[in-house]
Design a protein around this ligand. Structure first.
Ligand SMILES: Nc1ccn([C@H]2C[C@H](O)[C@@H](COP(=O)(O)OP(=O)(O)OP(=O)(O)O)O2)c(=O)n1
Length: 221
């Protein structure tokens, strides 16, 4: 059985921290983006390792097209053994081109923040912000739940180096490939310009030599 908005508003304080009943949305609870994020580095040229960003209130998290990001929830989730959570990203974010590529459930007994791996599948850069409403969680009551089948492993707390290593060190997105192609085009047209100029100078020099030889052959001074 899924829990209603009324039950979430009444009991959600025991499972989500910080909790505010006004954040219940129909039969779900709205979670916010937390204070750290990691964006996969873009393109071959930068070669910079990605950095975990520590974010202040409303600080921007900029996700270029074709890049992955880890986003965390601000809220800490503590599920009892008889609750299963279902999670997803809000439609407003999905409509901008972001896709959630991480899992969609929270185990009974889970204690920790939630981590979303997202991919910008759209053509535009997507900017999200710390503390923005971004994710929804629904709660389903489990029949016959026991501690034996609850999650024992500690939940996620922060974006660590193990997690960072799972994302590609560089992503050859269409955007970065486009930038490289523009660069190569510029270099080719520059080289072509120099070659044309050098060719022109050479032709002019050869023509000058021939003209002076012809002039001499015709009895010039
Ligand atoms: N987008 C998601 C999906 C899940 N989780 C959390 C809640 C889950 O209870 C926990 C484990 O999820 P999975 O069972 O899908 O993950 P794994 O089996 O890969 O990891 P583990 O070995 O930690 O169970 O991770 C999360 O923080 N963010």
């Amino acid at each position: 059985m899924f829990l209603s908005g009324k039950l979430i508003a009444e009991h959600g304080g025991g499972w989500i921290a910080p909790f505010a009943p006004q954040r219940v949305d129909c039969a779900a609870y709205t979670l916010r983006i937390g204070d750290e994020a990691f964006i996969s580095p873009e393109g071959r040229d930068t070669r910079k390792p990605g950095l975990v960003q520590r974010l202040g209130h409303k600080a921007a998290i900029v996700i270029p097209p074709g890049q992955f990001a880890y986003l965390t929830t601000r809220e800490f989730v503590t599920l009892p053994n008889d609750l299963l959570g279902f999670i997803n990203m809000k439609s407003t974010l999905k409509n901008s081109g972001l896709v959630n590529v991480s899992g969609f459930h929270v185990d009974p007994g889970y204690k920790g923040k939630l981590l979303f791996a997202v991919f910008n599948a759209g053509p535009q850069t997507v900017t999200v912000r710390c503390n923005q409403d971004a994710f929804l969680i629904w709660f389903a009551r489990l029949e016959g739940a026991t501690e034996q089948y609850a999650r024992q492993k500690p939940g996620f707390r922060e974006i660590d180096t193990t997690l960072m290593g799972l994302l590609p060190a560089e992503t050859a997105s269409l955007n970065s490939i486009n930038k490289r192609m523009d660069q190569i085009e510029r270099r080719i047209s520059y080289a072509f310009g120099i070659m044309t100029l050098a060719g022109g100078v050479a032709v002019a020099a050869v023509a000058g030599v021939i003209a002076s030889m012809a002039f001499k052959a015709l009895g010039g001074p």
